[in-house]
Design a protein around this ligand. Structure first.
Ligand SMILES: NC(=O)C1=CN([C@@H]2O[C@H](COP(=O)(O)OP(=O)(O)OC[C@H]3O[C@@H](n4cnc5c(N)ncnc54)[C@H](OP(=O)(O)O)[C@@H]3O)[C@@H](O)[C@H]2O)C=CC1
Ligand SMILES: Nc1nc(=O)c2c([nH]1)NC[C@@H]1CN(c3ccc(C(=O)N[C@@H](CCC(=O)O)C(=O)O)cc3)C=[N+]21
Length: 307
């Protein structure tokens, strides 16, 4: 990839830095008030795919003043054991948020495990009740990658109301929540997937094109409307002929950047913003937990005075 100095690149770094600066200020204030935020990252087995993600989470959490603890579990852990561990974390007042890094081994039912995380500690926005909130237009704690992708579209300055948007990929963690977030913002949303008859015909109509499939170079220049914004969510490891490996997205960036007005690079696009949103979600979760503490314990003085 050439140096990212072309202004068509919609870079994640500045957007992430702005969010992290806001989080840092909020985390510092909360810490002074006795509520230091803390994230716990759960991995099951040896998952090379999440190494980069976890490394970035730790680095940015430290930068933002959020404690970060990794809890690695062996691959042969049972679903029951994992659920019990999560219940322990739910009940631990020192823990603000719990992240279950994907993938988990096949014998662990990811949906049930995601639902075991208390909604107040669900910083990934993946609990059924969290997903439900975005259907009800309550958007302050949404799945991180989806929220990051929409944040990048907003950074273009385009008005989302009535915008023709096409989302390629409809997974629960990325594509579907993107569609719901955009609908809430007033966009006209088309969702494509592997059964879509003419992906190109749909994609070409988009003023903003979101791609979350996991297939390198799926989107070529002739599938993109001139002047569109292209948000490339794919993170795919590709091995080069010399044996070295690199990360590429789902979009053929070299050709598409000649057609699009904005394109997110990979790496350096959605990824860093995803990490920043995770930290922002942690502060949203902390504030909700503090509201519960206040409602539960904050009235002691009034109660005593009334006696
Ligand atoms: N930047 C970040 O923070 C993150 C990036 N990612 C990356 O995003 C990508 C997608 O991840 P994820 O959503 O979890 O992946 P999934 O494999 O869960 O979903 C892929 C989606 O793409 C659809 N699809 C498959 N083939 C085609 C095709 N030829 N045309 C149109 N749609 C197709 C699938 O449809 P169907 O179900 O109908 O087959 C499915 O909805 C991956 O590269 C992943 O690494 C993921 C999470 C975070
Ligand atoms: N429960 C769960 N939620 C996820 O969101 C999730 C997951 N599990 N498992 C793995 C995938 C992948 N993913 C990444 C996010 C950011 C970067 C990231 O920060 N990338 C940087 C750095 C890349 C590099 O240094 O090579 C970039 O794109 O610029 C990478 C990968 C989140 N995922």
């Amino acid at each position: 990839m050439p140096p990212l100095d072309d202004n068509r690149y919609l870079k994640g770094g500045p957007v992430a830095a702005r969010i992290i600066a806001e989080v840092r200020a909020a985390a510092q204030k909360a810490t002074e008030e006795g509520f230091r935020p803390k994230l716990v990252s759960i991995t099951v087995g040896d998952v090379a795919a999440v190494d980069v993600y976890v490394r970035n989470q730790r680095a940015k959490a430290e930068l933002a003043g959020i404690d970060f603890e990794e809890r690695p579990f062996p691959a042969e852990l049972t679903a029951g054991e994992l659920e019990a561990a999560i219940h322990g974390m739910n009940a631990d007042p020192r823990i603000t948020g719990i992240i279950i890094q994907r993938p988990v081994p096949a014998h662990i039912p990811i949906k049930a495990i995601q639902a075991a995380v208390h909604p107040l500690k669900d910083v990934e926005g993946m609990h059924p009740s969290s997903i439900g909130n975005i259907v009800y237009n309550q958007l302050d704690l949404a799945p991180c990658t989806a929220a990051a992708s929409v944040e990048l579209l907003k950074a273009t300055g385009l008005d989302l109301k009535g915008l023709e948007v096409v989302v390629v990929g409809h997974s629960e963690i990325v594509g579907k929540p993107i569609a719901f977030l955009l609908m809430s913002e007033g966009a006209t949303v088309t969702v494509c997937h592997h059964m879509t008859r003419s992906l190109a015909a749909h994609a070409r109509r988009a003023d903003a094109l979101f791609v979350a499939v996991g297939k390198p170079r799926l989107i070529k220049a002739d599938m993109v409307k001139p002047g569109a914004a292209v948000i490339d969510i794919g993170i795919n490891a590709e091995t080069l002929p010399d044996g070295s490996s690199r990360i590429v997205g789902d979009v053929d960036t070299e050709s598409v950047k000649e057609v699009a007005s904005w394109i997110t690079p990979v790496p350096g696009g959605v990824g860093p913003v995803t990490v920043a949103i995770l930290l922002r979600n942690t502060m949203v979760a902390l504030n909700r937990q503090r509201a519960v503490y206040r409602a539960t314990f904050g009235t002691a003085e009034a109660t005593l005075a009334a006696e």
